[in-house]
Design a binder for this molecule. Structure first.
Ligand SMILES: Cc1cc2nc3c(=O)[nH]c(=O)nc-3n(C[C@H](O)[C@H](O)[C@H](O)COP(=O)(O)OP(=O)(O)OC[C@H]3O[C@@H](n4cnc5c(N)ncnc54)[C@H](O)[C@@H]3O)c2cc1C
Length: 307
């Protein structure tokens, strides 16, 4: 492993790996740093909407294949976490949790967005087995099922309305809070018969098959559900933004149409820029960022990979 790279990529999800494929194919040296098994796509048990596969595949399979593809072209991978990134002069200095240090001409930030956990008992054990965080990703698996949605803000209301495509039996649990939905969303929720309850959920009870069976409440009552979506929001790449002085738009890294941030030499791609949280969108962003980096480093305004 070298000490200096044309580009260091933060995060080994679809955005970061796709960027590395494009960079490596143009003979630029690149290192992807990230614990890919912690990425969001890696956690997806069934992915049926990533193009190129006529049957469902797992997120882990997709990531493993993407990494193999990138390595075939010479991209390097390091399964560690980045704890600091600083700019000195025209270069970036990157340190990892095992104190490895690298220098790079450019950076592509692709750290994703971790979904906020509810910390309800058995949540982790049931992810992908009844507990989910994304209706666009997993709503399909709950056609005509009885589904709970946990959250009290507009995000929860939006997810509940999106769930209507699949099922009408939806209950929002607000964990003791009054719902803070906008007037428009509240009207839609009421019009569509989505129930709102204030009970606090304290446990996801696992059934014999290892899937979610009941929601258990603070007062000891329980109710049968086929699925529970957690809509409490996401954490973001704020630490990178603060350290490097990057502009934000809401809690997303702010980029232009080529995925460039306000800081020269730094691009960002994928969920961290607030794109639609889908693997194929992140891959597309990663491609855009990489093409910009290629033009920046090679000092050319054209990029033709297929020549
Ligand atoms: C349960 C679930 C199911 C889903 N199902 C689907 C689906 O069916 N179809 C679909 O298209 N999308 C699905 N998604 C959404 C999809 O996974 C995301 O949109 C996509 O993974 C985002 O890609 P990304 O590269 O931006 O980020 P991620 O895939 O989240 O990757 C980010 C990477 O950055 C790393 N990282 C973060 N901070 C650091 C740091 N400081 N140092 C080093 N590395 C760091 C993380 O460990 C991770 O490896 C699903 C998501 C979840 C959670």
């Amino acid at each position: 492993m070298k000490k200096e790279y044309d580009c260091v990529i933060v995060g080994a999800g679809p955005a970061g790996i796709t960027a590395s494929i494009y960079l490596a194919r143009t003979q630029l040296s690149c290192l992807v740093i990230g614990k890919w098994k912690l990425g969001n796509l890696y956690k997806a048990h069934i992915v049926g909407n990533y193009p190129g596969f006529s049957n469902d595949v797992s997120g882990a399979f997709l990531i493993d294949e993407m990494i193999k593809q990138a390595k075939r072209f010479g991209a390097e991978f390091l399964e560690e976490e980045i704890i600091a990134v600083d700019k000195k002069g025209d270069n970036f200095f990157i340190s990892t949790d095992t104190k490895k240090e690298f220098k790079s001409k450019t950076l592509i930030l692709c750290p994703g967005r971790a979904y906020k956990m509810s910390n309800i008992k058995n949540e982790k054990e049931l992810i992908g087995k009844g507990v989910s965080y994304c209706v666009t990703c997993d709503g399909f698996f709950f056609k005509n099922k009885k589904v709970a949605l946990l959250g009290s803000k507009n995000l929860a209301a939006g997810e509940a309305l999106e769930l209507l495509t699949y099922t009408k039996d939806i209950t929002i649990f607000t964990n003791g809070r009054n719902p803070e939905f906008s007037e428009v969303l509240m009207k839609e929720i009421q019009k569509n018969g989505i129930k709102i309850k204030k009970e606090k959920v304290v446990e996801f009870k696992m059934g014999d098959g290892g899937f979610l069976e009941y929601l258990v409440f603070e007062n000891g009552d329980r109710e049968k559900f086929d699925g529970a979506f957690i809509a409490l929001g996401t954490t973001s790449a704020l630490n990178f933004a603060t350290r490097l002085g990057l502009e934000l738009s809401d809690t997303n890294l702010k980029v232009d149409k080529n995925c460039k941030t306000n800081l020269d030499g730094v691009w960002a791609a994928g969920d961290c820029i607030g794109s639609n949280a889908q693997a194929v969108v992140s891959a597309g962003d990663g491609c855009s960022a990489a093409i910009s980096v290629i033009k920046y480093i090679k000092g050319k305004n054209v990029y033709l990979d297929y020549e």
